[in-house]
Design a protein around this ligand. Sequence first.
Ligand code: NAD
Ligand code: LMR
Length: 336
Amino acid sequence: NLLNVEKEPVRVLVTGAAGQIGYAIVPMIARGVMLGPDQPVILHLLDIEPAAEALNGVKMELIDAAFPLLKGVIATTDPIEACMGVNIAVMVGGFPRKEGMERKDVMSKNVSIYKAQASALEKHAAEDCKVLVIANPANTNALILKEFAPSIPEKNITCLTRLDHNRALGQISESLDVQVSDVKNVIIWGNHSSTQYPDVNHATVQTSSGEKPVRELVSDDKWLNAEFITTVQQRGAAIIKARKLSSALSAASAACDHIRDWVLGTPEGTWVSMGVYSDGSYGIQPGLVYSFPVTCKKGKWSIVQGLKIDEFSRAKMDATAKELVEEKSLAYSCLN
Ligand code: NAD
Ligand code: LMR
């Protein structure tokens, strides 16, 4: 009986696995939140030498949790062992932003890590490995990874802006007092930074009398055009201020959403935001990892085409692209 045949395990790499996001995401992956309740997984956990003992503690807890889907745990400080044969790579390893720092401030530390890990992934990961970069500056780290791993198809390298997307859904749901699951099709354009543009022009809410545009339901245009945008742009900083640590449970959950939708597909009529290598869509220059609205099917994402962009949006989409151009040249100057 085919239904009783267990699927082959998928190998999932988590770098920085002894850190905060690592601690939140590994149980989610082992419970099937990322790849589905019938998909066995083998976790590959990477961290650096000073965190080796803590990493081993995480491995001990994973064993103690007796997750039925978890078919193995490799915990290591060797990037080659960590990358060997992985099908999914969740790149969290790096230095987080602290209070008062901009994401750019963590640039020099993190881009050199991504250059080195690009080579390990290129040489040792499975051929079709899907990569999600979370560590900041996420878009630029993903770009560096892509450029230093030329044999990984560029469509397989993405960065996380799903957290910003989910934050935008959350703000609309709070403001309208509706279920977050009834809100859809917000867009995060651009950089995972304070220049990102959360766009509600195409977003809708499912109501008892059908699907309604968010712009029709929120009467206060001023809120949508100002406070809503800055709240989403500054949410990361607000969490750091409140927790003295950057977001972890919401970041881990968004990372699972990102990979799940990429691998298993987005629901009909719904798009999500992903940082992907620009193909020139919406006038965004190729050569940047930029967040776009995407739909996913059979393990492939495609950028939603043909959305109307007004002048207000255009200016904001260009401003965040400009920051990414600057980050790219800063990243290269850090590497030289
Ligand atoms: P953390 O400091 O708790 O954990 C980071 C871990 O990475 C540490 O255990 C550290 O030892 C490890 N590490 C450092 N260098 C490494 C290397 N070369 N190889 C492997 N591991 C290495 O940080 P965190 O709170 O888990 O955040 C991780 C990253 O994610 C940060 O850069 C943070 O800014 C970013 N972040 C991004 C988003 C997003 O939405 N894109 C959201 C939240 C946090
Ligand atoms: C976030 O958005 O929560 C993270 O990127 C942390 C940060 O640096 O803001």
